[in-house]
Design a protein around this ligand. Structure first.
Ligand code: MG
Length: 163
Protein backbone atom coordinates (compact mmCIF):
# COMPACT_ATOMS: atom_id res chain seq x y z
CA UNK A 1 0.00 0.00 0.00
CA UNK A 2 1.04 3.55 -0.59
CA UNK A 3 0.73 5.99 2.28
CA UNK A 4 1.19 9.73 2.35
CA UNK A 5 2.14 11.92 5.26
CA UNK A 6 2.12 15.66 5.83
CA UNK A 7 4.51 17.77 7.88
CA UNK A 8 4.66 21.42 8.87
CA UNK A 9 7.15 23.34 10.97
CA UNK A 10 7.98 26.92 11.80
CA UNK A 11 10.82 28.51 13.76
CA UNK A 12 11.44 32.06 14.85
CA UNK A 13 14.22 34.09 13.20
CA UNK A 14 16.52 35.62 15.81
CA UNK A 15 19.91 37.29 15.90
CA UNK A 16 22.91 35.30 17.07
CA UNK A 17 21.87 31.97 15.55
CA UNK A 18 23.07 30.21 12.40
CA UNK A 19 20.52 29.77 9.63
CA UNK A 20 20.43 26.09 8.72
CA UNK A 21 17.87 24.82 6.21
CA UNK A 22 18.01 21.40 4.59
CA UNK A 23 21.35 20.92 6.33
CA UNK A 24 22.83 23.91 4.50
CA UNK A 25 24.25 26.80 6.50
CA UNK A 26 23.01 29.92 4.72
CA UNK A 27 24.73 33.26 5.31
CA UNK A 28 22.12 35.60 6.83
CA UNK A 29 21.85 38.26 9.55
CA UNK A 30 19.52 36.02 11.59
CA UNK A 31 19.06 32.31 12.20
CA UNK A 32 16.28 30.03 13.37
CA UNK A 33 15.79 29.62 17.09
CA UNK A 34 15.22 26.20 18.60
CA UNK A 35 16.54 23.39 20.74
CA UNK A 36 18.27 21.57 17.89
CA UNK A 37 19.74 23.35 14.87
CA UNK A 38 16.10 24.42 14.22
CA UNK A 39 16.18 23.21 10.61
CA UNK A 40 12.47 23.74 9.88
CA UNK A 41 12.72 22.08 6.46
CA UNK A 42 14.20 18.86 7.80
CA UNK A 43 11.70 18.89 10.69
CA UNK A 44 8.72 19.19 8.33
CA UNK A 45 10.07 16.36 6.16
CA UNK A 46 10.68 14.25 9.25
CA UNK A 47 7.05 14.70 10.35
CA UNK A 48 5.81 13.90 6.83
CA UNK A 49 7.69 10.59 6.83
CA UNK A 50 6.56 9.73 10.36
CA UNK A 51 3.01 10.76 9.44
CA UNK A 52 2.96 8.35 6.50
CA UNK A 53 3.74 5.60 9.02
CA UNK A 54 0.95 6.74 11.33
CA UNK A 55 3.63 7.53 13.89
CA UNK A 56 3.85 10.32 16.43
CA UNK A 57 5.66 13.51 15.48
CA UNK A 58 9.31 14.44 15.76
CA UNK A 59 8.84 15.80 19.29
CA UNK A 60 7.85 12.32 20.48
CA UNK A 61 11.07 10.77 19.22
CA UNK A 62 13.29 13.73 20.09
CA UNK A 63 11.82 15.71 23.02
CA UNK A 64 13.09 19.29 23.17
CA UNK A 65 13.56 18.78 26.90
CA UNK A 66 16.28 16.18 26.23
CA UNK A 67 19.77 17.72 26.42
CA UNK A 68 21.03 15.11 23.93
CA UNK A 69 19.28 17.00 21.11
CA UNK A 70 20.52 20.45 22.14
CA UNK A 71 22.15 21.88 19.03
CA UNK A 72 21.75 18.53 17.28
CA UNK A 73 22.03 18.47 13.49
CA UNK A 74 18.53 17.65 12.23
CA UNK A 75 19.94 15.09 9.83
CA UNK A 76 19.88 12.76 12.89
CA UNK A 77 16.09 13.13 13.01
CA UNK A 78 15.71 12.30 9.33
CA UNK A 79 17.93 9.26 9.73
CA UNK A 80 15.67 8.06 12.56
CA UNK A 81 12.54 8.60 10.43
CA UNK A 82 14.16 6.57 7.63
CA UNK A 83 15.03 3.87 10.15
CA UNK A 84 11.35 3.67 11.18
CA UNK A 85 10.43 3.11 7.51
CA UNK A 86 12.98 0.31 7.13
CA UNK A 87 11.79 -1.21 10.42
CA UNK A 88 8.34 -1.58 8.81
CA UNK A 89 9.87 -3.01 5.62
CA UNK A 90 8.71 0.12 3.80
CA UNK A 91 10.31 2.36 1.23
CA UNK A 92 10.08 6.11 0.79
CA UNK A 93 8.80 6.78 -2.73
CA UNK A 94 9.31 10.53 -2.76
CA UNK A 95 9.39 13.68 -0.67
CA UNK A 96 8.13 17.08 -1.70
CA UNK A 97 8.57 20.20 0.38
CA UNK A 98 8.07 23.96 0.23
CA UNK A 99 10.02 26.51 2.25
CA UNK A 100 8.28 29.79 2.99
CA UNK A 101 10.80 32.53 3.70
CA UNK A 102 10.72 36.24 2.90
CA UNK A 103 14.52 36.46 3.18
CA UNK A 104 17.13 35.26 2.32
CA UNK A 105 16.84 33.94 -1.23
CA UNK A 106 16.69 30.15 -1.01
CA UNK A 107 17.08 29.16 -4.66
CA UNK A 108 20.92 29.05 -4.72
CA UNK A 109 20.91 26.43 -1.93
CA UNK A 110 18.14 24.10 -3.09
CA UNK A 111 20.34 21.57 -4.87
CA UNK A 112 22.63 21.21 -1.83
CA UNK A 113 19.54 20.80 0.40
CA UNK A 114 18.22 18.03 -1.86
CA UNK A 115 21.54 16.19 -1.66
CA UNK A 116 21.63 16.45 2.15
CA UNK A 117 18.04 15.31 2.59
CA UNK A 118 18.36 12.47 0.09
CA UNK A 119 21.51 11.16 1.74
CA UNK A 120 20.00 11.37 5.24
CA UNK A 121 16.99 9.36 4.06
CA UNK A 122 18.98 6.96 1.86
CA UNK A 123 17.20 8.14 -1.30
CA UNK A 124 18.18 9.03 -4.82
CA UNK A 125 18.27 12.81 -5.04
CA UNK A 126 15.62 12.71 -7.79
CA UNK A 127 13.11 11.54 -5.18
CA UNK A 128 13.38 14.79 -3.22
CA UNK A 129 11.58 17.94 -4.36
CA UNK A 130 12.20 21.27 -2.67
CA UNK A 131 10.62 24.57 -3.64
CA UNK A 132 10.74 27.96 -2.01
CA UNK A 133 8.40 30.91 -1.96
CA UNK A 134 8.15 34.22 -0.13
CA UNK A 135 5.05 35.25 1.79
CA UNK A 136 4.62 38.41 -0.31
CA UNK A 137 5.59 40.52 2.75
CA UNK A 138 2.43 39.46 4.62
CA UNK A 139 2.20 38.14 8.17
CA UNK A 140 5.01 36.97 10.44
CA UNK A 141 6.90 35.32 7.61
CA UNK A 142 6.57 38.44 5.48
CA UNK A 143 7.93 40.53 8.37
CA UNK A 144 10.93 38.13 8.53
CA UNK A 145 10.05 37.02 12.06
CA UNK A 146 10.15 33.35 11.12
CA UNK A 147 10.52 30.74 8.40
CA UNK A 148 8.07 27.90 7.78
CA UNK A 149 8.24 24.67 5.85
CA UNK A 150 5.68 22.14 4.70
CA UNK A 151 6.28 18.71 3.30
CA UNK A 152 4.60 15.57 2.05
CA UNK A 153 6.06 12.09 1.93
CA UNK A 154 4.90 9.06 -0.01
CA UNK A 155 5.85 5.78 1.62
CA UNK A 156 5.22 2.31 0.22
CA UNK A 157 4.44 -0.22 2.96
CA UNK A 158 3.64 -3.95 2.95
CA UNK A 159 -0.07 -4.79 2.92
CA UNK A 160 -1.36 -5.12 6.45
CA UNK A 161 -3.88 -7.78 7.44
CA UNK A 162 -7.17 -6.32 8.67
CA UNK A 163 -7.82 -7.56 12.17
MG1 MG B 1 11.01 22.23 14.50
Amino acid sequence: MNNVGIGYDVHQLVEGRKLVLGGVEIPHSKGLDGHSDADALMHAICDAVLGALGESDIGHFFPNTDPRWSGAPSRVFLQEAARQVVFREGRIVNIDATLIAQQPKIAPYIQAMKVNIASALGLNVNRVGIKATTNEHMGFIGREEGIAAMAVASVELPELATV
